[in-house]
Design a protein around this ligand. Structure first.
Ligand SMILES: C[S@@+](CC[C@H](N)C(=O)[O-])C[C@H]1O[C@@H](n2cnc3c(N)ncnc32)[C@H](O)[C@@H]1O
Length: 295
């Protein structure tokens, strides 16, 4: 797919509270379709905030909003640049080294014909969504998925926060079952849909834009046997209740996007909803958890 150039705003803040304050301040002013705003915790515990604007942003306004929410020193460190669509495509097709994770290998188009026959290749064109397999959280989820599927065959699978669709595609390829892939971010939903078409027949991965479980597809659909959610520690904790209500008996849940010191609080939130931890992987400073619903 080709995406138009975007106008990127980037800065780092010291903690999650500040990152959320900045995201809220920007979200109040710039509506969906105008700006895609993402905040992600780094292994050093600082937070990266990146905003992609469809049109060149009003720089003084952005600086003022960030200064009000996070302080003048943070606003002074904002960088503004333009990301050419050509560069994203080039990066996704040429620069990505294939990433093995159990039976899965995440790769770009140029490695399509080089995947060993005993592996399941997942071709990803990253574009503006998260999930090329290179991040420790994605690899953690893929490894836990690979291990979980060795002894068990879920029928109804959800990838919540699908990004590029990488986890949904992995599950659909391994199981030959329909997988629901959701994301809060409209461009990610489109990227996941495009990647799904590249990898599996169209009907196997169904994409939906949704925040958490708040979409009609969730209330209509049956309970899930497996949910993958690579988002962040706080949203994961907040999702524990809704998640538990959408799980079938003995369902498995794979969570990532959290740091090891955040794992106890996330585990406690899910334990309170009847899920127990089964495995805890640590990759590149990130934790990935496998939990099982106890009947
Ligand atoms: C770290 S990326 C993970 C992408 C991919 N699943 C992977 O494992 O590489 C997190 C994704 O979750 C989405 N997201 C964050 N919070 C969400 C929420 N409450 N509901 C749905 N999607 C969410 C983001 O837009 C982003 O695409």
């Amino acid at each position: 797919m080709s995406l138009a150039s975007t106008h990127r705003v980037h800065f780092a803040v010291g903690d999650e509270h500040t990152a959320r304050g900045v995201v809220d301040a920007l979200t109040e002013i710039f509506f969906e379709g105008q700006a895609a705003i993402a905040a992600f915790e780094r292994p050093d515990s600082r937070w990266d905030v990146t905003v992609h604007f469809a049109e060149p942003p009003d720089q003084p306004l952005v600086r003022e909003l960030v200064a009000n929410a996070a302080g003048a020193d943070i606003a002074a460190g904002i960088t503004f640049d333009t990301v050419e669509a050509k560069d994203w495509v080039k990066a996704s097709l040429e620069d990505l080294v294939p990433v093995p994770a159990g039976r899965f290998v995440v790769h770009g188009q140029h490695d399509r014909d080089r995947i060993a026959p005993n592996k399941l290749g997942i071709e990803i064109e990253a574009a503006l969504a998260f999930g090329t397999g290179h991040h420790g959280t994605t690899r953690g989820c893929l490894l836990l998925l690979d291990q979980a599927l060795k002894a068990w065959r879920p029928r109804r699978v959800l990838d919540l926060g699908t990004g590029t669709g990488v986890l949904a595609i992995a599950a659909a390829k391994a199981l030959h079952e329909k997988v629901l892939a959701s994301d809060i971010d409209p461009p990610s939903v489109q990227v996941a849909r495009d990647n799904a078409r590249l990898n599996v027949s169209g009907h196997l991965v169904r994409t939906v834009r949704a925040t958490g479980f708040s979409a009609p597809q969730f209330t209509q659909s049956a309970l899930f046997d497996l949910v993958l959610a690579n988002i962040l520690a706080n949203p994961l904790r907040q999702l524990a209740g809704p998640m538990a209500r959408h799980l079938a008996p003995s369902a498995l849940v794979i969570l990532s996007g959290l740091l090891p010191h955040q794992a106890p609080a996330v585990i406690a939130a899910y334990r309170a909803r009847g899920l127990v931890p089964v495995r805890h992987l640590r990759i590149e400073g990130w934790s990935s958890l496998l939990l099982r619903k106890v009947n």
